[in-house]
Design a protein. Structure first.
Length: 493
């Protein structure tokens, strides 16, 4: 139970600083398996040389103590990693990642010793050895099930990652002390419980300090780390490792002067019309704090129906509390965007895809099959707008998503946002030219949208996409590898 809770706890301990990508999970699980393998070998040899119950309980007591102090010891190391991201230092970031993961080596190796040690102590007859080992592994698996479900569905969402690690460490120490009660050194190991409790008491109150601005709110949700910061007059939503701003609210301006303004223009990406092409309905896949949804309401008033899909209910709560999400008067749906498309039959004039909020994008929202689902939910003449992050000179992610969309949509357009180094990719359901789009933008009259249209015409570099080389599918969408390469290229110059 303790070993599985450590694994889940380790992943969530790293998430606010290193994210939850496939590669972080791979490093974590791979090293934990190495630690367990080492523990199996060491435990088997120790059990043959010193087959004593006292030694087994001492091993688990030390493991519990180590688990209990990891949250306190790892905190200053994780802060160094934050400085590494700020300074664009690959060595500092990689070093702190490995340092934190190595912190888990000692307790996991000690826990790996337990099964072979227990089998050796229980083994009375070689003829019943298989039955003995089977019972031990059955009990071990039952503990693993508890160590999976309790942290995931109860402790981490309710109390947080660090208290969860402290709690499981304390339980392991308590069980060990109970087993050692017949031996004279029990008081020494009972003090381990006091040490874990002290480590719990002296934990820093916050999970992660903001890189800039004043921290207003932070929480670990079921899906990741949420942070809200105030920078001058702007409130910003930061998720996980904080390599992007995912929603903003500026009490002094309805415009964001960022990519959200350009998401407002999706209705213009259709054949030219004499009158402004104002959408009657819009769906947001990845509502977040509702920045774009609020802008659509300000621009088009009660004449537009807004639906927003957001997988994390805690982000919706933050949106209402800090980002005036209620002003959007959107129909809010809690769920995964692709599943939602599968289960509803509505069609929209515009679909805005801002689910790419993190450096590590859900692969199932980047494929040809997904974009076909999106097109199936668009009315004739409708358009999809996709926010894509990039660096100043690395457009590989834009290339991949625009190429994939080009396999589905008659015309794909690109519009750059220089202030946030994002590119908005638009897919149209009808063949459209750049001149069509420019004419539609010039005829825009809606509040907020007219200013966004002017900015797009002056500095957005609207152009038809020339990307057709890389089409991601449900079978092959190596999006995380691509993004890691982009990040690595950026931080190494």
């Amino acid at each position: 139970m303790a070993s599985l809770s450590v694994e889940f706890g380790a992943s969530r301990l790293l998430a606010p600083y290193f994210g939850t990508s496939l590669y972080v999970w791979g490093v974590l699980i791979g090293l934990i398996l190495i630690y367990l393998s080492a523990g199996y070998v060491i435990g088997g040899r120790l059990a043959d040389r010193h087959p004593q119950e006292e030694l087994l309980y001492q091993i688990t007591a030390w493991a519990g103590l180590w688990i209990g102090v990891i949250p306190l010891v790892s905190y200053p190391i994780l802060l160094i990693s934050q400085q590494g991201f700020k300074e664009l230092s690959v060595g500092l970031v990689t070093g702190t990642l490995l340092a934190v993961v190595v912190l888990f080596a000692a307790p996991v190796i000690l826990l790996g010793c337990v099964s072979p040690f227990a089998i050796r102590l229980l083994l009375r007859n070689v003829e019943t050895g298989g039955n003995t080992a089977g019972r031990v592994y059955a009990l071990s698996t039952a503990g693993s099930i508890l160590g999976t479900f309790l942290p995931v569905f109860w402790f981490i969402p309710t109390y947080g990652t660090r208290p969860t690690l402290e709690g499981f460490g304390l339980v392991l120490v308590a069980v060990s002390v109970a087993g050692l009660w017949r031996w004279p050194r029990r008081r020494v190991y009972a003090s381990f419980a006091v040490a874990v409790i002290l480590a719990w008491i002296f934990l820093p109150s916050g999970i992660k300090p903001p890189q800039v601005g004043q921290l207003l709110y932070e929480k670990e949700s079921a899906y990741g780390y949420i942070q809200v910061v105030q920078v001058d007059t702007t409130t910003e939503l930061i998720l996980n490792e904080g390599l992007g701003i995912h929603s903003v609210y500026d009490r002094g301006s309805d415009l964001t002067h960022g990519y959200w303004d350009y998401l407002l223009l999706a209705g213009a990406f259709r054949p030219a019309q004499a009158a402004p092409a104002h959408p009657g309905s819009v769906a947001f896949l990845g509502l977040a704090g509702g920045t774009s949804a609020r802008q659509y309401r300000l621009a088009y008033g009660d004449g537009i129906d807004i639906t927003g899909v957001e997988i994390d209910p805690d982000i919706l709560a933050v949106g209402h509390r800090y980002f005036h999400l209620g002003d959007a008067r959107a129909h809010e749906v809690v769920g995964d965007a692709r599943y939602w498309l599968d289960t509803q039959a509505g069609r929209y004039d515009v679909i805005v895809l801002d689910a790419y909020r993190q450096p590590y994008i859900p692969f199932h929202l980047t494929t040809r099959e997904f974009f076909q689902q999106v097109r199936d939910h668009l009315r004739p003449g409708g358009a999809v707008a996709v926010n894509v992050a990039r660096t100043a000179d690395d457009f590989r992610l834009v290339d991949v998503l625009a190429s994939t969309m080009a396999a589905v949509y008659p015309t794909v357009f690109l519009l750059d946002d220089p202030s946030f180094t994002n590119t908005i990719v638009y897919g149209t359901t009808e063949p459209t030219t750049v001149q069509d789009v420019e004419q539609n933008l010039q005829s825009e009259t809606a509040p907020v949208a007219v200013d966004a249209a002017q900015a797009a015409l002056e500095q957005g570099d609207i152009r038809a996409s020339g990307y057709h080389d890389h089409v991601y599918t449900d079978d092959l969408a190596p999006i995380e590898r691509l993004i890691d390469e982009i990040i690595l290229g950026y931080v190494t110059g």
